[in-house]
Design a protein around this ligand. Structure first.
Ligand SMILES: Cc1ncc(COP(=O)(O)O)c(C=O)c1O
Length: 462
């Protein structure tokens, strides 16, 4: 049993949590998860969660950037219930339904680019990325896709092949899809060229682009497109230098490459704009969204230039349940809530407030390194006191103590040492204040040696 002996390291009451964890560990294949502490969620509301033992938590994860509008939003429940009362879904493969068509119309309206568009719908970010690369390949008649090291794009065959945060050697056992070439993301802090991208952003941009030029030459022009997260999420909220995306877009235009903005984590207001790429004033040829799109219901979408999307033959985009009517109804409601509650503005305001608090904490605790964010997509580096030496165990211990104290926060990042902060965009200020207090108390406990080393072995994580 994964959590055997854990009770001796915590005074938290977690009996039911452990029963559920044991059931899961017994029956669900390990290839699906990167589990943290033994938390079994029973109930959720807004920015609060309750576990199977009745413990309450503030949600600083939003189910991995899904609940941008808050957990269990009543508008989603109403929209889904109304749809289920008339029809769950009747396959869009053969006939028509209004909700998916309305959702496609709305997505075309709220995504960047004042050009004709078409949309295809799926269920997960992963399948949407597959559809995006199908479109880029079908339209250009070319094979290769350029993707970035450190990226996360999902786990279907196509999207796993695109995912750069997983070592290529580890992927070998499943014989991944061919035709993906990786280049380095212009990470200002850690890049292969040893450039400090905060001090010399121009140099970093040029180095990164010249690597892409080399890749294009090596691939002899057989390149369909480039897929990029405008801000790399699971790599630790890595923000490229200003000007990078514009130059990347120019490069795509010059060589006839399709630029795919992968907005599965950065979309739906998370970064303070509807879409992360809008922070850089770039219009992609294709935009991919998922996660928060359905307000908690599983739905994804690929929105692209009409001629690109139209080049994919039937039924290559199709799934029996695509654009499921109940999930499309949920997505329309999630978009309305995002607009009506002005969640982009709230993401900027609350994000700024949290950033100020972290900046103040960083003056008190030298283990806090680089603090990055756009809106409410945050990465906070935990270091061993030297500015850039990652401390993964330290970050995990801080998350452990935060969980014990009632805050759900996990780590991510290339080195697993980054605190991941992504609360619902409409989180109340009192909850943010309490969460920040918990983080500070947890940092103090860590520094004063009050968190046992043994807990790290229970936490898998990134
Ligand atoms: C940026 C990004 N792309 C794609 C995915 C995959 O989405 P899904 O797990 O819904 O297939 C994720 C999920 O974490 C993600 O963060």
């Amino acid at each position: 049993m994964k959590f055997h002996g854990i009770e001796s390291h915590t005074s938290k009451s977690i009996v039911r949590n452990l029963e559920v964890a044991e059931l899961d560990e017994k029956w669900i294949a390990r290839g699906a998860t990167l589990k943290y502490y033994p938390l079994a969620i029973r109930k959720t509301k807004g920015s609060l969660l309750w576990d199977e033992d009745g413990n309450e938590y503030i949600d600083f994860l939003s189910s991995a950037a899904v609940y941008n509008i808050g957990n269990c939003h009543p508008r989603i429940r109403e929209a889904v219930r109304a749809q289920l009362e008339s029809n769950f879904n009747y396959t869009s493969a053969y006939f028509y339904q209004e909700k998916p068509a309305r959702l496609a119309e709305k997505l075309a309206e709220i995504t960047p680019g004042n050009f004709p568009k078409l949309v295809t719908l799926g269920f997960s970010g992963s399948d949407a990325n597959d559809s995006a690369i199908k479109a880029a390949r079908a339209y250009t008649g070319k094979k290769h896709i350029i993707s970035f090291r450190g990226s996360y794009h999902g786990t279907t065959y196509g999207s796993l092949a695109l995912t750069g945060i997983i070592d290529e050697g580890n992927k070998k056992c499943i014989f991944p899809l061919e035709g993906v070439t990786f280049v380095d993301f212009p990470d200002p802090l850690r890049n292969p060229w040893g450039i400090n991208g905060y001090l010399e952003p121009g140099k970093l941009v040029e180095r990164s682009l010249s690597q892409i030029h080399h890749a294009l030459t090596a691939l002899k022009g057989d390149v369909a497109g480039i897929i990029v997260e405008p801000i790399q999420g699971d790599s630790g909220a890595i923000i490229p230098p200003a000007g990078y995306m514009t130059k990347l877009k120019d490069l795509c235009t010059r060589y006839g490459l399709i630029l795919i903005a992968e907005e599965i984590q950065t979309g739906m207001g998370r970064t303070g704009k509807w879409w992360g790429i809008e922070n850089f004033d770039v219009e992609p040829d294709i935009l991919v969204t998922g996660k928060a799109l359905g307000g908690g219901m599983p739905i994804s979408a690929v929105v692209g230039r009409k001629e690109i999307m139209a080049s994919v033959p039937s039924p290559f985009f199709g799934f029996t349940h695509m654009g499921h009517a109940a999930n499309s109804a949920a997505a329309l409601a999630a978009i309305e809530v995002t607009e009506e509650e002005e969640l982009c503005r709230k993401a900027i305001e609350t994000g700024g407030y949290i950033a100020e608090n972290f900046a103040a904490m960083a003056r008190r605790y030298e283990i806090l390194g680089d603090i990055r964010h756009r809106g409410l997509l945050f990465g906070v580096e935990v270091t061993d006191g030297g500015a850039e030496t990652p401390d993964r165990d330290g970050a995990l211990k801080i998350c452990w103590r935060a969980w014990e104290k009632g805050l759900v926060m996990i780590t991510f990042g290339k080195m697993g040492n980054v605190l991941r902060i992504a609360p619902p965009l409409n989180i109340e200020k009192a909850l943010v204040d309490r969460a920040i207090e918990i983080i500070e108390e947890s940092i103090k406990d860590f520094l004063e040696g009050r968190i046992p080393d043994e807990v790290v072995k229970y936490l898998q994580g990134w």
